[in-house]
Design a protein around this ligand. Structure first.
Ligand code: MG
Length: 240
């Protein structure tokens, strides 16, 4: 598989600091959205992505990462954040790591919190991470619809995070990579401003991954830019 990717982040129009951090270094593509005022959120998300960057695969480009090993790094990040911020700050993390198993390339999707990973496949956009949030629990219980969740007053409350609380396990999911797959990883500053149809339109219209990222961020700013917004777009093509 040949990967082509773009990435970008913007403070947005309302926040004084950018508490999002990201890593886009083949085979690791992930975004952390820090929370906790007075720059603590920035510290939390920074520790998280710097810890992930220590995965040996980031230096070697190796495709042999496993969920078990990644989870060890996340536990280390969790401890580091607690130590640095006195458990006053936490961070989400979502993204993909490209792994190969018996000659098959996969997206190892990882998620904790409410940043998101989507896949555009055959023109269809689907969210491949499941939010850890109060509103997602209400949706799962059938109490509200996804559309109601998007405008719910408690939509920003996460139920799992690194560095704070007692639920620190990420979810992992392995998806075989299909030729032409496009992955979008984003912080909630994107999907809080643009609905999935709008995101899908931009991803479908812009073939270049960096141009797609730039357009997504500009669209989020035009919609209000109420939060920090970070995006990574990764395209996978079978090598011929
Ligand atoms: Mg955010």
């Amino acid at each position: 598989m040949r990967l082509n990717f773009g990435c970008g982040t913007d403070r947005g129009l309302r926040r004084e600091t950018n508490e999002d951090s990201f890593i886009a270094a083949d085979p690791v593509f992930a975004i952390a959205d820090g929370m906790g005022g007075h720059e603590a959120g920035e510290i939390a998300s920074g520790i998280c992505v710097r810890t992930l960057a220590e995965l040996p695969q980031v230096a070697t480009g190796g495709r042999d990462a496993t969920a078990a090993v990644v989870q060890q790094y996340l536990l280390q990040a969790d401890a580091g954040i607690r130590e640095a911020t006195g458990s006053r700050a936490g961070t989400t993390l979502s993204g993909v790591i490209v792994v190969e198993e018996q000659g098959v390339s996969n997206w190892l999707v990882l998620n904790i919190g409410d940043s998101r990973t989507y896949r555009l496949n055959q023109g269809k956009l689907s969210q491949v991470s499941v939010d850890h949030s109060e509103v997602q629990e209400l949706v799962d219980a059938g109490e509200i619809t996804p559309a109601e969740a998007a405008v719910h007053p408690r939509r920003h409350v996460v139920t799992r995070a690194l560095g704070t609380g007692d639920e620190t396990d990420a979810d992992y999911r392995l998806l075989p990579i299909e030729d032409g797959d496009r992955i979008l990883v984003c912080s909630d500053g994107l999907n809080g401003e643009l609905d999935d149809q709008h995101i899908s339109r931009i991803l479908a219209a812009e073939p270049d991954p960096q141009a797609a990222v730039d357009e997504l961020i500009q669209a989020a700013l035009r919609s209000g830019g109420r939060d920090n917004v970070t995006c990574i777009v990764v395209d996978a093509r079978r090598e011929s």
